[in-house]
Design a protein around this ligand. Sequence first.
Ligand SMILES: [Zn+2]
Ligand SMILES: [Zn+2]
Length: 132
Amino acid sequence: MIKGSCLCGGIRYEYQGEINEISMCHCSQCRKAQGSAFVAICPIESALFKITAGAELLKEFRAVSYKARVFCAKCGSPIYSARDDLPQVKRLRLGTIETPFQCQNAYHIYAESKASWHEITDQLPQYAEGKI
Ligand SMILES: [Zn+2]
Ligand SMILES: [Zn+2]
């Protein structure tokens, strides 16, 4: 079982599935949403994901109409994003996970949009835009 929380600890969640993918997105929206060079996410099954505390703190922002970026209203930690047309999937922000896990299936997306000051120095696959 994967457990995680936001920075203030108000929001806690559990995920019964596995983290089998690490998608590092360098697009300009993700960079702004995280305040960082990229975001690391994993697509997860909504049915196996449960908010166990602080559901009332979940706030969402939509940079595009069909996709909600969900964060903690108190501390600002990004928790997940979800598309209206794909309710069975959420994209969990891996930085909020507390349970140690390993995953070799990592890759970069929107590598062409990366920050000018950031160099990708690993040998992981890079996709210019999204992964097909
Ligand atoms: Zn919080
Ligand atoms: Zn992105």
